[in-house]
Design a protein around this ligand. Structure first.
Ligand code: ADP
Ligand code: MG
Length: 851
């Protein structure tokens, strides 16, 4: 590497800062020095040395330029950003080293791929905070103001951005996987941020956006826009305004509950398989899939909106209504992403081709709705708003200008059609028809000179020429210009031949220049229509998603929910939406009646009986219904829910080093502070994280708090292994439910059926057998239990077992539990290996002395 190049790379690197610098050199992007050392192992490419043995020796690696987009995700996933430097002039324009500049910086939050990536910026001023969020692909910009650190943490967790911008030195207590970017504190300062926002959008004041009361949000937005400008080297035109989100329309589910209910990812490995999103995403376009995530994030809370969605979905469940639409939608590309790439100057010719083809298909959509003879109905349903622009002019321009299947790269030519630009046509003709033009020229000179064998020849050194043998030299026309003398011939050129040659040589660069100019014109046209394209994309996304919901309802036999004015939740024949697909076995349907006067239920029964599944089913059906979907139940009638709160076994937090009890307390505090009479509360095995007596008191206190909530008790499902809690049902507002179990010889048969009344007793030991504990351990456990005194159980509380039991009766609970029993009850047999259980028993046995 020469010194000037080293100097150039060093200067670029200074500008790139922490970002890994990719410098385009010929057909490669090269990485030098420290960057190469960091990136080579991440990208899995060979690290070499440039200028080995010289004083300029430096580590280096590289990737082919066309493969850059394939390599970048690895780098971003490792938390790095990439600065892309490219030449700013063509080799033929400059002598020596090409000038280069950084064209853009790609960060984890600004990478354009199929995912809905979010770049977030956070600013805090005392208790107040603001989050600014940008999805660069679609240009969607959201601002969320709020108060309190806890809410900030949970909001960020829910939004799950890929990159988080923070002020230098500001605390970062967030448990997020997002890459962190720090900017100097002054960039968040109110006045400067304000100036930046106004400049970015070309506004004169901020009142219209409603940001004024939220200085922290203004700071966050200003810093975010700074970062956009710095990475995109400009102000992307598709970012057109700010969406201010105030608390009222907040999410139905917080991040924890969404995780528990497996909305977007399963609890096993967090991947999409088996999640609610995976089940519902029968969308034909990326636009629809993206909207599904947004709808799940912000379900409806207004009756009219919900009723309309259900009507729309219902109409689309008819195959003859839905299928033609879906067939067409399958041809529509990701309009948002294409528009984003156009605005950022990254769009390729094939992407414009996709836009053209997609627009072409979309022209037929209104007609398709009419054709089926259901125009009136579809119109009333507002499936496709009449005012939706179809951008026919843009389509015509794209069809007229863009080649049928344009090549990926502009510099190969062939992007623009013939007949678009006369100059381009002439240059093309010259290149394509050089042979013909040459023959015409030859014929002309032959006639003028009067000899028949006059020919244009070519060689690499001298270019084009006429050759005349010495013998004929005298007859050479006067306008022939001597070019070269050989032993027995002379070579000539003419003015015309020179001009032809010159044009041929420049044709290639002319072609590129002219095609590029036409392509830019097309990009400008697309940008000019961005408002309309946005509107069109939204209409497509809605229609596609409604079709997807309808298709799911049709495929799985779901039915339309009913809204009632009462604060109730009534389910008949409800099934867990994801259980069947995931377990590959049939789901047992269950009923639930939480009428307004008896809105709380305590669910008891043995482990593995189906309590958790039942609770989740209820919550998931509410989520589905309020998204506008049909539900897997024969009947669902409910009053609108404002929030769903869940508290589910805390063991998954242990890995994060927090004590289970601490987690329980924090989450429970959150629920109790935010719950309203219109909420749905799901409490699964609350109090598990602490000793039995603490847990029991905690669980009971929470139940009572909810029962006595001002304005009315929220709909609440309480699953518990504490049989003591069944006595809560002495209050008429609380009911007991239990999971049905059949005993058969020594075995338990789980029916997964929910019935009224409390469970009759614990089946822990049978479950342990089921889990594969050795017989000797089971026998020992039964002996220990049998030796503990049977507690007094109020008459009428105890239900008859379904079959006579041959074993000694097992005690239910007692007023003063002895410590061993308490410990035994607190054991989570589902999570123990047989060996662990055996060790536990051995320890207790040793402690108790010989029996
Ligand atoms: P619990 O919370 O009472 O311990 P779970 O709800 O975790 O029980 O259910 C245990 C297992 O039983 C589930 O993993 C599932 O395979 C099965 N199951 C639960 N409910 C049903 C149901 N309604 N239909 C079919 N299988 C079920
Ligand atoms: Mg459970």
């Amino acid at each position: 590497m020469s010194t000037p190049m080293l100097t150039q790379v060093a200067a670029l690197k200074r500008e790139a800062g922490d970002a890994i610098l990719f410098t385009r050199m010929g057909d490669f992007f090269e990485l030098h020095g420290e960057d190469a050392v960091i990136a080579a192992p991440i990208l899995d490419i060979a690290l070499t040395v440039r200028g080995r043995g010289t004083e300029f020796e430096t580590p280096m690696c590289g990737v082919p330029h066309h493969a850059l987009e394939a390599y970048l995700p690895k780098l971003l996933a490792a938390g790095y950003s990439a600065a892309i430097a490219e030449p700013t002039a063509k080799p033929e324009e400059v002598k020596g080293l090409l000038p280069r500049a950084i064209k853009r910086i790609i960060t984890p939050g600004t990478w354009l791929d199929d995912d809905a990536r979010w770049l977030a910026s956070v600013h805090r001023l005392g208790q107040a905070w603001g989050i600014a969020l940008l999805q660069l692909a679609s240009g969607q910009l959201r601002v969320i103001p709020g108060e309190g650190l806890e809410l900030l943490g949970s909001t960020l967790e829910r939004l799950a951005p890929q990159e988080l911008i923070l002020a230098e030195g500001s605390p970062d207590p967030f448990e997020l996987e997002a890459a962190r970017t720090t900017l100097p504190g002054w960039r968040f300062e109110r006045e400067r941020a304000r100036t930046q926002i106004l400049a970015f959008f070309g506004w004169t004041h901020l009142e219209g956006v409603g940001l004024d009361p939220f200085p922290a949000a203004i700071g966050a937005l200003g810093a975010l826009l700074d970062q956009v400008e710095a990475t995109q080297k400009g102000r992307p035109a598709h970012i057109q305004g700010v969406n201010l989100e105030l608390g009222a329309s907040g999410p139905l589910l917080d991040a924890t509950s969404a995780r528990h209910l497996e909305i977007a990812g399963n609890t096993l490995d967090g991947s999409r398989t088996g999640s609610l999103v995976a089940l519902l995403d029968l969308c034909r376009t990326r636009l629809g899939s993206r909207l599904l995530r947004a709808w799940l994030d912000q379900p409806l809370r207004d009756r009219a909106g919900l009723e309309r969605r259900w009507r729309q979905v219902g109409w689309l469940t008819e195959d003859r209504h839905r299928e033609p639409l879906q067939k067409l939608l399958a041809h529509v590309p990701d309009l948002d992403r294409i528009l984003g790439r156009v605005a950022l100057g990254l769009a390729t010719p094939p992407e414009l081709g996709q836009l053209r083809d997609g627009l072409g298909w979309l022209q037929q959509l209104p007609g398709l709705i009419q054709e089926g003879g259901w125009f009136q109905e579809a119109q009333e349903l507002q499936l496709w708003p009449e005012a939706t622009p179809l951008c026919p002019d843009l389509l015509e321009a794209l069809r007229f200008c863009l080649a049928e299947a344009p090549p990926l790269e502009l510099d190969k030519g062939g992007v623009i059609r013939d007949g678009v630009d006369p100059e381009l046509d002439a240059v093309r003709r010259l290149a394509r028809d050089a042979k013909q033009v040459m023959l015409e020229l030859e014929e002309e000179e032959r006639a003028a000179a009067g000899f028949n064998n006059l020919k244009i020849k070519y060689n690499r050194v001298f270019g084009y020429y006429f050759e005349i043998t010495k013998a004929n030299l005298a007859a050479a026309p006067a306008h022939f210009i001597r070019k070269q003398t050989l032993a027995n011939a002379e070579r000539f050129t003419t003015e015309k031949l020179m001009a032809f040659e010159q044009r041929l040589l420049s044709a290639e660069s002319d072609l590129l220049r002219l095609e590029e100019a036409q392509f830019r014109l097309l990009l400008d046209l697309v940008l000019g229509d961005r408002g309309q394209l946005n509107q069109l994309a939204q209409a497509v996304a809605r229609l596609d998603l409604l079709c997807a919901l309808a298709e799911r309802a049709r495929l799985s036999g779901w039915s339309r929910p009913e809204l009632s004015e009462e604060r109730e939740l009534i389910l008949a024949g409800a099934r867990h939406p994801m259980l069947e697909a995931r377990m590959g076995r049939e789901c047992i349907p269950n009923d639930l009646a939480l009428p307004a006067q008896r809105a709380m239920a305590v669910v008891t029964g043995p482990n593995m009986g189906g309590k958790s599944t039942f609770l989740r089913t209820a919550a998931l059906l509410v989520v589905l219904a309020q998204v506008g979907s049909f539900v897997p139940a024969e009947l669902m009638r409910f009053g609108l829910v404002d929030r769903i709160f869940t508290r589910i076994g805390a063991s998954d937090f242990l890995a994060k080093g927090q004590s289970t009890f601490m987690v329980e307390m924090t989450e429970t505090a959150r629920i109790l502070n935010q719950v309203t009479p219109a909420s749905l509360v799901i409490l699964d095995e609350i109090g598990r994280g602490t000793s039995t007596r603490d847990g029991l008191s905690l669980a009971e206190a929470i139940a009572l708090h909810l029962r006595d909530l001002k304005g009315g008790e929220p709909r609440t499902l309480f699953a518990t292994h504490y049989f003591e809690l069944t006595r809560l049902a002495e209050d008429p507002r609380i009911q007991n439910l239990h999971v049905e179990v059949q005993e058969w010889e020594e075995h338990l048969l789980f029916l997964h059926r929910i019935a009224e009344g409390p469970a009759d007793r614990s089946y822990g030991i049978q479950v342990a057998r089921l889990a594969g504990l050795p017989r000797s351990v089971i026998a020992a456990a039964q002996r220990i239990l049998a030796e503990t005194p049977e507690p007094a159980i109020p008459a009428g509380r105890r239900r008859r077992p379904q079959q006579e039991v041959s074993q000694p009766p097992l005690p239910l609970f007692e007023a003063e539990p002895d410590p061993l029993r308490a410990e035994l009850a607190a054991l989570d047999l589902n999570r123990m290996t047989p060996l662990e259980a055996l060790l536990w028993l051995a320890e207790r046995q040793a402690g108790a002395g010989p029996h």
